[in-house]
Design a protein around this ligand. Structure first.
Ligand code: SF4
Length: 357
């Protein structure tokens, strides 16, 4: 029988349908790794209950790489670090559309346009919106954007252009953030996340694990994210990439699985997406990540590193009996015959408000 903290968590999430307190999550996190299989089993049950078996697949394109003026210590695209990353200006619209076609061919339903900037200039924003229109017209894919810090009018323009989801990660726990970035603040990030929601876009907001945070801080991070009620939470794992954080101890697969499961308990109804570093950290245990609460993947390449072939992920999902999310509905998007973007109905899945203790 699972130990008491897991029984309490199961009763709260599955019977009472209430969110867990921080202390309850800390009690679960304090269990020895011997009990990790029980935690994983609970996280999977919570995922199935709140989200079902579907797995959402997304591809992204790094549409403008490197030379970012910010100093995020994990990021190979910062101009402050000599990382050897590719540096190029915003790609031609045709190149991005071609990548979107490849995304569709790879079986993904969502395509994210990412640029390495502090925030978009008006010229860049115009270019991105032109690209969004072209991707919609040519592929019918749901489009997400990740363009850094936004002003309110910029967020509104993106929403009006049919951008379904906006990615803006908090990156790290509030307590840790000042030690990894000095050129903007945690509250700057929170502000943009809120602006995206206010403008009518879904919020994709997560971060990077393994940047020296403690387990307690990792739990705090999950609660800080939950306060924003993101539709999607990408979980990245730190990769060594020539940045100041490159020498950090690599997070172990068991720590990674524990973190994924804890995030699922705190964010029961979010798309929890395994993103950059999943191959590096989880290795052969990537399937376990999808049994530990994750229900979304980035397929294909990441921003500055290569991923594995999409066929391998499709084979994994088939082996696990997890269908690829498809068709209209929450987390998916279909352009209608007139090319009109239907803003999403708010979540059809069960949600519970998450409050911190
Ligand atoms: S703002 Fe984004 S692209 Fe720029 S250094 Fe930070 S994480 Fe990298």
């Amino acid at each position: 029988m699972p130990s008491l903290p897991l029984q309490v968590a199961e009763q709260a999430l599955l019977d009472e349908r209430r969110s867990l307190t921080r202390d309850e999550v800390r009690s679960v996190a304090a269990l020895p790794f011997d009990e990790l299989p029980d935690l994983i089993a609970l996280a999977h049950k919570v995922r199935l209950t709140y989200c079902g078996a579907d797995v959402e697949l997304e591809s992204l394109i790094n549409a403008k790489s490197g030379a970012c003026p910010e100093d995020c210590a994990f990021c190979s695209q910062s101009v402050k670090f000599d990382t050897g990353v590719d540096v190029y200006a915003y790609l031609d619209v045709d190149e991005v559309v071609e990548a979107a076609r490849a995304t569709r061919a790879a079986g993904a339903t969502q395509f994210c346009i990412v640029v390495a900037v502090r925030g978009p200039s008006e010229r860049l924003l115009n270019k991105v919106i032109e690209t969004v229109d072209a991707v919609h017209a040519e592929t019918g894919l749901e489009v997400a954007c990740s363009l850094g810090l936004l002003t309110r009018p910029q967020a509104e323009r993106l929403a009006a252009a049919g951008v379904r989801r906006y990615n803006h990660n908090l990156e790290a726990p509030r307590e840790v953030f000042p030690s990894i970035c000095t050129t903007h603040t945690y509250d700057d990030r929170v502000e943009t996340a809120k602006l995206a929601i206010d403008a009518g876009m879904e919020l994709c907001c997560g971060g990077i694990l393994g940047m020296g945070e403690t387990l307690d801080q990792r739990i705090d991070f999950a609660f800080e994210l939950a306060e924003l009620e993101p539709c999607e939470v990408p979980i990245n794992f730190l990769l060594p990439s020539g940045t100041p954080l490159g020498e950090q101890r690599k997070i172990t697969p068991r720590e990674a699985l524990q973190a994924i499961a804890l995030f699922r308990l705190v964010l029961p109804s979010a798309w929890l997406r395994l993103a950059g570093g999943r191959e590096y950290v989880l290795g052969e245990l990537q399937g376990m990540g999808l049994l530990a609460g994750a229900n979304a993947l980035i397929v294909g390449n990441y921003l500055t590193t290569g991923g594995r072939a999409p066929e391998e992920d499709h084979a994994l999902l088939e082996a696990l009996g997890m269908p690829v999310a498809d068709g209209p509905g929450e987390g998916r998007f279909v352009i209608d015959a007139t090319g009109t973007h239907n803003l999403p109905a708010r979540p059809v899945r069960s949600t519970i408000p998450v409050t911190s203790a």
